[in-house]
Write a protein that binds this ligand. Sequence first.
Ligand code: FA5
Length: 351
Amino acid sequence: MPDVSNAFDVADVAAAEADGRARIDAAHSVEALRAVETEVVGRRSRLAALQQRLGGLSPEERRSRGRELNEARARLQAALDVRRAELEEAERRARLESERLDLTEVLPRPGPGHLHLVTQTQAELEDVFVGMGYAVAEGPEAETDWRNFEALNLPPGHPARSMWDTFYLRLEPPGSTLLRTHTSPVQIRVMQAQPPPIFIVAPGRCYRRETPDARHLPVFHQIEGLVVDRGISFADLSGTIEAFTTAYFGPEIHSRLRPSFFPFTEPSAEYEITCTICKGAGCRTCSGTGWVELGGAGMVDPAVFAAVGIDDEEWSGFAFGFGIDRCAQMRHGIADMRVLLENDIRFLSQF
Ligand code: FA5
């Protein structure tokens, strides 16, 4: 006997379907729709409850109600799929909108950069010497021990090597390749590559195991000068340095050559100018002396000519090596050289 209390008709199916549609339409996110799906077509849905009551119907009614339930479930499932697609699209659009870059927004541009003070100084020094008839030569920063020391009359174990202690590269044989301590090895390269007469300057970076202080950096720059010709004398060296000082620092800056020693020049001199920070009175920058050493110079030692096969009976020459950072420091009154490496825009933008 069919259970009459459990009977239901097509209106009940339609009401369950209408309720499901209302819930689907009310869902406003993919997340909410997921919950609605369980309520509308899941095991605890109104359709599922009606399904369970099919057993109480007559076989004829069971067939038609069963078909109506299946059709209602299929329509609700289709409605869920359509709604999910709509909501996913809306959420994707909202996400894109929130992540969109406004390419029309006007932001302040970073100011145009300029060359670092040391690079500017190098170019100015080159210009001074090119104006005096010199050519510009170059050499590598990783140099052989032979060119950095030996060919410059500094054989292994020479005590002056310790002044120029540097960083060695792990290349065979050990100790054969180093970061050059001065630009003087470019003298050797040039003399190996061309016969005299030679008039060159060679600017570049140098390295030393040095603790940074007001006048020293472990990485700094030098400009080397080399002249080899017939009849070159110390007077030519002295006159060249004088002409350079006036051209670069102006006539009010005084310079002096002090006797010194370099294994690759004989005689040798140290080139100093009045300290521009204290105007000669003595300060921390010049260690209280009133003078700042800009470089070394001297007449090319016959041992150097011998190393590169130049006949010192026929040719003579002079060489010098100035610190570019030191020149910039003195020209612009920079009390402590370390600011050149700190990259503080407030300092750099002044030049
Ligand atoms: C030399 O390097 C010699 N090669 C110079 C030379 C060349 C002499 C040719 C004779 C003939 P010295 O170590 O004194 O010499 O260095 C020369 C200049 O380089 C110094 O006067 C200074 O201006 C600069 N300099 C040297 N070491 C440093 C450093 N650690 N930081 C900044 N500048 C330096």
